[in-house]
Ligand binder design. Sequence first.
Ligand SMILES: NC(=O)c1ccc[n+]([C@@H]2O[C@H](COP(=O)([O-])OP(=O)(O)OC[C@H]3O[C@@H](n4cnc5c(N)ncnc54)[C@H](O)[C@@H]3O)[C@@H](O)[C@H]2O)c1
Length: 362
Amino acid sequence: MAETLAVALGERSYTIHFETDCSAALAVRIAALRAAGRRAVVVTDTSLQKAQAAFLRAAFGDSPVIAVEPGEESKSLAGLSRILDFLAAHKVDRGGVVFAVGGGVIGDLAGFAAAAWLRGVDFIQVPTTLLAMVDSSVGGKTGINHPSGKNLVGAFHQPRAVHISTDLLRTLPAREFAAGAAEVIKYGLLGDAALFARLEGGPLQPASADLADVIRRCCAIKAGIVEADERETAAEGGRALLNLGHTFGHAIENAAGYGEYLHGEAVAVGLCAAARLSHKLDYLGAADVRRVEQVVASHQLPVRLRSPLPLTALEAAMGRDKKVRSGGIRFIVLRSVGDARTQGGIDPALVSASFREVGASV
Ligand SMILES: NC(=O)c1ccc[n+]([C@@H]2O[C@H](COP(=O)([O-])OP(=O)(O)OC[C@H]3O[C@@H](n4cnc5c(N)ncnc54)[C@H](O)[C@@H]3O)[C@@H](O)[C@H]2O)c1
């Protein structure tokens, strides 16, 4: 029996379905769409197309599929253009449904194409990475990158449903699983001390008996935050809390050059930097900073930069962050493990010192 979680957003509400294998449920959906005369199309990437060929066949049968190159480069205007051409070629009309089957790249790209095509058609998220299962498939942020920065072009477009199958993680490379674990650690730190304690007890692994429970817990936290602040407009707290570790992390990704660190790896270093900043603000004790680092390290994630990056480059990248540009630097700080807050007006010297402590060079 599948478990479900409701994301309550009025007329944009939807259900997250949790199953070990969701292919049968998806096949039922495809048949129902077909019976109703609605077109279903699939967007995925070529790696996944190879790794999960049997799943794709079982779930989607002979539905039209487009597979883009794996990786962040596909989240571009050129990538979007390919998807729009595909939707046009298959005559997807207002009743059409786009299935985004992949990691965060595919979810963001296909979701944005669905938001833009005919001013918005339905889409369904089928996340296949740990990161996408616990984070990017829920909440309706879709978009692509622009040469001047990451995720700068996009739309809020909630999916009609999310189908999460833990079986799909069996083929996910270990490094990608670890990157997703960084977001799980983030949830524990920002709002669930019991989840953080669970991660302290031993690293989350693909074979962990409670993997599905942990994913559900993360989705519940994200759903609660999105329900309260769908468009990230709250003056304090709200959806911005999900950026814990990300202001530092985005700067690391940008200064190192995209691709050098996986997003989750940069976030992992960012979480350690955020913990150090919280210590400098007298919120977090030194022992808690060590706890954060230990959990990060036990999940095979970096606690420091692998090789030094110039502080000036990191600071410049932080200044270009879209969250920063749109309203001055507001950091997410930890008042304690399990309790994060937004805070503005932080002394830039403390931010620089935190960067130096995770390996930035002067
Ligand atoms: N919309 C949001 O709220 C949100 C939140 C967080 C991150 N993101 C975005 O998510 C993206 C990162 O997503 P990601 O970490 O999932 O990376 P990704 O989509 O690039 O996937 C990582 C790699 O894993 C492969 N892969 C995926 N599932 C697999 C499977 N089951 N078996 C084998 N290989 C598989 C892919 O082919 C790819 O090479 C970034 O672009 C980031 O901006 C969006």
